[in-house]
Ligand binder design. Structure first.
Ligand code: NAD
Length: 339
């Protein structure tokens, strides 16, 4: 689609995992003019649609943000330099530089007269001292304060949440902020260092199965707990927040808490294998326990994420399996040519 000056909705980070699914949903709902923006070259986007205006721009730059939101009524900010624990523990400065995206997007949105602005925050804003026990008490929205967020990534999210709040209070720009808890599903990162636990575990189990190694490396002792939200619930909750003007910050996550060992059990069961577990206690593992308290979302939306981990993982596993088999097959002619 060619560039235009008007659009109904802009998805920033549209080349990424959640952004790609959000664009797909907006198309299904019949949004006429959608603009997707991402730093990545267009051929690297996880999902890309020809009837959408797709722009490759660096949203850390103010002029790029102005171009991105030109003529728009709704803006979703899902753009961030981020990944799983392996990435965020080792790239704190890069994570913090994402503050430029939200800052410039808010400024550009205000100047362009944008009506609704959605910001994707994270459960990483929660204070570390409330997440020391695997049998963690689920986190309520107020547990972000007194603040001691995840170093780097979490502090940037907390700061950006507050910037949204003050743009609303001081400038009247409507902002809606969700705190996503671990989102997973097809069309997301499963290799390369930015992948999160569900995709990483699926990849490792598939790898062990395809190569017959019979072994899996697990980061930490496997007792650390989390909850994981399937992508369909994430998109549904995100759209509801914007449509119903639920300001937040609001937990958007599953409350089905599992340990990493239990996550591996489920994936092994789906794969039909039982692997020897090698625990890497030196690898990044994040906080000991984290779960989403959904009291507030139930109250304000009458809804909460409900897709079971087992159901979501079956779909995710199947997609990652296909990707890995496809890649192996694509390499075969080259390998036989070398031989
Ligand atoms: P993702 O990495 O798949 O998508 C983010 C996209 O932002 C990427 O495609 C990336 O290229 C793009 N981006 C990075 N820097 C950019 C820049 N300077 N200009 C333009 N685009 C840029 O991640 P995701 O899982 O889809 O996450 C989307 C949002 O949700 C992020 O803000 C993330 O922090 C937040 N979030 C995600 C999760 C999760 O579990 N996936 C959990 C909590 C919060």
């Amino acid at each position: 689609m060619t560039n235009s000056n008007n659009c109904d909705v802009v998805v920033c980070g549209a080349g990424g995992f959640i952004g790609g699914w959000l664009v797909a949903q907006l198309r299904r709902e019949g949004a006429k003019k959608i603009r997707g923006v991402d730093l990545k070259p267009l051929d690297e986007w996880y999902q890309r649609f020809d009837d959408v205006e797709n722009l490759s721009l660096d949203l850390q730059e103010r002029p790029a943000c102005e171009q991105a939101v030109r003529g728009a009524t709704d803006v979703y900010n899902l753009a961030a330099d981020m990944g799983g624990m392996g990435f965020i523990e080792n790239n704190k400065a890069l994570c913090m530089l994402t503050v430029l995206i939200n800052t410039h997007l808010l400024m550009a949105s205000r100047a362009a007269g944008v009506e609704k602005y959605f910001y994707a925050s994270s459960a990483c804003v929660y204070a570390a001292d409330k997440q020391t026990d695997p049998n963690v008490t689920a986190l309520k929205e107020e547990d972000a304060y007194p603040a001691m967020a995840e170093d780097g990534y979490g502090w940037e999210k907390l700061f950006s949440e507050r910037m949204c709040r003050h743009f609303t209070e001081d400038f009247g720009l409507r902002t809606n902020v969700a705190r996503y808890h671990n989102v997973y599903g097809p069309h997301g990162t499963f290799e390369g260092g930015r992948e999160k636990a569900p995709a990483a575990i699926c990849r490792k189990v598939i790898d062990a199965k395809l190569n017959g190694t019979n072994e899996i490396e697990i980061w930490g002792d496997g007792h650390q707990t989390r909850s994981f939200m399937y992508i369909d619930d994430c998109i549904k909750g995100t759209r509801m927040m914007l449509d119903r003007d639920i300001r937040g910050p609001l937990n958007l996550g599953s409350s089905e808490m599992v340990s990493i060992n239990q996550l591996v059990d489920i994936v092994e069961d789906i794969a039909g294998v039982k692997l020897h577990r090698r625990y890497n206690l030196k690898a990044p593992k994040g906080v000991n326990g984290r779960n989403s308290d959904n009291t507030l979302i139930r109250k304000v939306m009458g809804w909460e994420p409900s897709i079971s981990l087992r159901d979501g993982l079956e779909k995710t596993y199947a997609w990652i399996y296909d990707q890995m088999v496809e890649k192996t097959q694509a390499r075969l002619p080259q390998l036989s040519a070398v031989a």
